[in-house]
Design a protein around this ligand. Sequence first.
Ligand SMILES: [Fe+2]
Length: 313
Amino acid sequence: MSSTPESQRRAAIDSPAKAGVSGRAAGLPWRAGIGLKPQHFREVLETRPDIGFFEVHAENYMVDGGPFHHFLTRVREHYALSLHGVGLSIGGADPLDESHLDRLAALIERYQPASFSEHLAWSSHGDIFYNDLLPVPYERQTLARVCEHIDRVQERLGLRMLLENPSTYLEFEASTMSETAFLREVLERTGCGLLLDVNNVHVSCTNHGRDALAYLRDLPLTKVGEVHLAGFARDQDAAGAPLLIDSHGSPVDEAVWGLYAHVVAQLGPVPTLLERDNDVPALQVLLAEAGRAESLMSARAEPRRCGVYWGGA
Ligand SMILES: [Fe+2]
């Protein structure tokens, strides 16, 4: 078991004010959303597109003032928000950075997002910070540490977070379990939900020669609280074999749309984010991709079977 007793964790989740964060939102709408990009700030406010929600990277808002807060405050008046962290280093060997958690708590207090998510990855060690989300070995010691870290995040922030499956390019000889078995254990032990990045599933399974549908079958999809869709880049490894890179710089690939249709067929409508962080196109291009996701969801508009809500059991 992870270090924080279940009763303490549940008390923190059920009493967010006691944990330092007041109030809670009702969860993301079962619709498609897009990332909120600075180049679209004004157009979003002027045109108010019909979109389910916006997502922002928490670390871009860890400053006291400035234009990012100015625009996000106004956008938040009209849209649900997903807060996505990229810097907690949940898979790292060190204890979590409590000052980083404090900054996240302040953002959650300020913007009352409908969801908070982070990655199964590490990005810092000691005083060294990396720009990449680095993979972890899937073995017992790492499992215990990741669960401890997620327990601490949920306790401090007073919410049930979502953990995102990674895109990976190498595998550790030290791993003793599959990525899906590792994720299942983390979800079971900590009670957190799953942010299912379907592009990451395609990228990782292609890179490691695995069956993406088998990967999806091996996950508890009812614990999915949000889906990510994104584009990838094609490269080659040292041996000349195809290597896919999770680049977020191109449209969603048809293979990823196919996997997404499979997920929606299982779950029904589910909050779905179109991620684009590089070569960001016109707002209308992103809205069109979101519209395609909503079309797939509306073809399967039965009551949702996902079980993850903000703060809920
Ligand atoms: Fe993602």
